[in-house]
Write a protein that binds this ligand. Sequence first.
Ligand code: NAD
Length: 556
Amino acid sequence: DATRASILRGPVRAPRGGHRTAKSWGAEAAKRMLMNNLDPEVAEHPEDLVVYGGTGRAARSWEAFDAIVRALDELEPDETLLIQSGKPVGVFRTHEWAPRVLIANSNLVGDWATWPEFRRLEALGLTMYGQMTAGSWIYIGTQGILQGTYETFAAVAASLARDSLAGTLTLTGGCGGMGGAQPLAVTMNGGAVLVVDVDESRLARRAEHGYLDEYTTDLDAAVSRVLAAKDAGEALSVGIVGNAAEVFPDLLLRGVPIDVVTDQTSAHDPLAYLPVGIPFESWRAESARDPEAFAARARGSMAKQVAAMVGFQDAGAAVFDYGNSIRREAQLGGFERAFAFPGFVPAYIRPLFAEGKGPFRWVALSGDPADIAKTDRAVMELFPEDKALHRWLGKAAEKVRFEGLPARICWLGYQERHLAGLRFNEMVASGELAGPIVIGRDHLDAGSVASPYRETEAMADGSDAIADWPLLNALLNTASGASWVSIHHGGGVGIGRSIHAGQVTVADGTALAAEKLERVLVNDPGTGVMRHVDAGYARAREVARERGLTVPMPAE
Ligand code: NAD
């Protein structure tokens, strides 16, 4: 039905420019970002309202989408719209400092937080899967994860005592909305990479958008291309159409000299992972016919893929889980050594989280790429000493093709983000930029996520599953003046496995926006520092002390 409704309405594209039809920029920005999430240039399956990450949706149905757009256009600047899993459910009088939209997606009571129960409720039309930035309206295409992926692979190179990945070969799976950042992230680090995806159209899309150099259906040809690049120390990304549960074990058996192995298939949702033996064309029909039997087969295939990943590790490769819960699914599929390799957060990212550092993104509502070029320069001027940031912004300007509204991402920490936010707001006020800037972040974040297989895996104090932190983050962002705030369940790693929160704040050039930005962009990453101080990380204690964060009972 959704597909039919989508065909009838035609493609969605956010309005551009510095004039709004909604009554505040907060409401206009939320509307444009919802629409941008469903722009065919941005979303993986816009006809089904799916933005990325398996079945991560922006709205529950096309009727709900229309009702949200209408409500946002009519919303007064002192009102707040409530969204329950992709459906608008109420408008309340609040005040100008309050968020224009409050969102709760996919939340279930603990004992009911399972995929089968979620799917039952979804089939009744009562909920939707919001992933992280799909249902919170701040997805910016594959670039959204590119810097994180680039920095992760840079950290992998460092862990191998190398300056770059030149001369190495990486193997990975999944070239979808987020996984599609992997080939470009590896080549930006100078390496060769082979990426396996069952869906040729995903590889074609990445090639078209400049994220992937080439792809083929011939595994022998792909292997010889990447091996030649590895030997020559050249950067090259090659996609291979195939099932990772077959290709990974095959390459292990052949003894292909692979240095780094990971995966970003949509393993968090076993219905979004194609098991071996089911033809690609029958995927949807088979998963709909008997979801539990399909999930069991998918887990069996993941067990084979993960067994090969452990085999590569045993042979000396650097292997890590890239945040899709594939280890847990493989364990459920009967492979006992699934947790033999670590998740990427404890392996490479935690020290950044302890400083409140994480992916910080912004979008030009004008639609003018020149606005992003100007903000890129402004960020470089604000942080002249940060070489990694300069290197990243230089590479991004050169390599990243915008998908939908022009956007940028970079990692900034506590007491850094508000400087950028305030500068952007001044640039909007002075007319230097052609329209307001939306500032938000991923839920792959230091302080707003409880996700024991990912962001909070192996916390120093064992607090991995404590989910008070994301709720406090959302409450604080609401109290600080964010334009929209969301609380989600199940993003990244799947139903039952995470609780996380998001915020987005608009720089519209007003004095009020400046006040809000200053509070939100300090407090939001501040919860990341607080969370890591509480868990006993020495670096977080230092950051809190040096940058003036009050934590009444720091852990020693
Ligand atoms: P997506 O649904 O857009 O893409 C998944 C891809 O996996 C699809 O192209 C699909 O064809 C492919 N695939 C499925 N089964 C396969 C198989 N057996 N063999 C080979 N390919 C197969 O999802 P996405 O947005 O790219 O996210 C991928 C995963 O990564 C999700 O689990 C997501 O939660 C996780 N994720 C991790 C991070 C991170 O930074 N670590 C960030 C975002 C998403």
